[in-house]
Design a binder for this molecule. Structure first.
Ligand SMILES: *Cc1c(COP(=O)(O)O)cnc(C)c1O
Length: 382
């Protein structure tokens, strides 16, 4: 069996281990610690002057706290992009709130501003203004943030920007993760940089990141005895994880360069196959970190499908993955309201994510391309 080629695997830069060693040498093996503060500062510097950061245990925990901070309670409605990973929507359920799903548009594959506005108007007509909008930048591609923020302001519904996949992406020169009233990042093992597991909540509003840190450490009031006036959580990032993150931040620009290089290489080598379409940057306003290279195939039974390619790659021990199955098609979420026209469903049926790690060797990426090409040449012979 060939050595496994992963979809997206961790890629250490080298200095991570020095930070981890320092953590061990100083015995800061704890949640909180100097590297948590340092990692937050590194992220804030990267995002821009006005941003404040709370380093947390995961992207999911960050979304949970963002919803709490925006006042979401049981019975409230929260609008969520349907075409995403389940972690975007699960925290709505933790709070006993109701998700309302919105479809994607074809340009970026992210939340359709038209259906967003339609959804808000319809919820208002039904008697309830949604409490928040969760928008996602899938595979690193920025959503149409100008239109979405305009709608958010028009109806006075705050935006939570799920930038878990988009650290390093920009829209109109502004970094993903700086658009929402609150934004979140993930440092899970397969993301563009990793802390093994971790996340962050980001906002221009320092009160909110301070509140996130408070809630994430069991909501202890300032008193020598343990006193609590809020329900708290154990969601803080550990100092060990943060020390990995500090090393990873040093190589983030390089990781974006490497992932984009993978995309360009796939695109150049596969242009001859007219059936394959790539997730496009619609124009120069959009800059994707190309976390994952995503392709589309025709939905035609007489042609090679994305599933056939996935299986052919799997035979060679190459991991690829269908696009996210939209939330409104998931058994757990199917009963909730959905506003759309089938765009995300169509993308889901046709799409595939190719191995995209920044540590893919040239030999590995060539073998992926060779296998994909062979699917098409074989079909010609048959
Ligand atoms: C990975 C991911 C999350 C969750 O982050 P975790 O750190 O794994 O909890 C949330 N939203 C999206 C879009 C993701 O890709």
């Amino acid at each position: 069996m060939n050595k496994k080629i992963w979809l997206s695997s961790p890629h250490m830069g080298g200095s991570e281990f020095l930070y981890v060693k320092n953590t061990f040498d100083t015995n800061w093996i704890a949640p909180l610690g100097p590297h948590v503060d340092g990692f937050e500062q590194d992220l804030a510097n990267y995002m821009g002057e006005k941003t404040h950061v709370a380093a947390l245990s995961s992207g999911t925990a960050s979304l949970h706290l963002a919803l709490i901070i925006l006042g979401v309670q049981a019975g409230d409605e929260v609008i969520c992009q349907s075409f995403t990973f389940a972690a975007s929507a699960n925290p709505i359920m933790y709070l006993g709130a109701t998700p309302v799903f919105v479809d994607s548009e074809e340009l970026t594959w992210n939340m359709s501003p038209e259906f967003l506005e339609l959804a808000i108007q319809d919820r208002i007509a039904k008697g309830k203004l949604p409490k928040a909008i969760i928008v996602v930048h899938l595979y690193g591609m920025p959503a149409q943030m100008d239109c979405i923020m305009e709608i958010s302001k028009k109806y006075n519904v705050p935006v939570i920007e799920d930038a878990a996949e988009a650290l390093g992406s920009t829209y109109k020169g502004k970094k993903a993760g700086t658009f929402g009233d609150i934004s979140i990042l993930s440092f899970n093992g397969n993301k563009i940089i990793t802390t093994s597991g971790g996340g962050a909540m980001i906002s221009n509003n320092e009160k909110w990141t301070t509140k996130a840190k408070f809630l994430a450490t069991q909501a202890r009031d300032t008193a020598p005895h343990y006193q609590h006036s809020h329900v708290g959580y154990n969601y803080r990032m550990s100092n060990v994880c943060a020390s990995i993150g500090r090393g990873q931040m040093e190589v983030l620009p390089l990781r974006v360069y490497q992932r984009r290089k993978n995309f360009t290489y796939y695109k150049r080598m596969l242009t001859g196959i007219s059936e394959i379409e790539f997730q496009k940057e619609p124009n120069e306003d959009y800059f994707s970190n190309r976390w994952l290279t995503a392709i589309l195939l025709p939905e035609d039974e007489n042609k090679i499908t994305s599933e056939q390619i996935r299986l052919a790659l799997e035979k060679e021990n190459i991991e690829s993955r269908p696009l996210w199955k939209p939330m409104h098609m998931q058994p757990i979420f199917a009963s909730f309201d959905f506003y759309g026209d089938g765009t995300s469903e169509n993308l889901f049926k046709r799409g595939l994510c190719l191995p995209s790690g920044s540590n893919l060797s040239e030999y590995e990426i060539r073998s992926v391309i060779k296998k994909i090409k062979s699917c098409f040449t074989l079909s010609l012979v048959e």
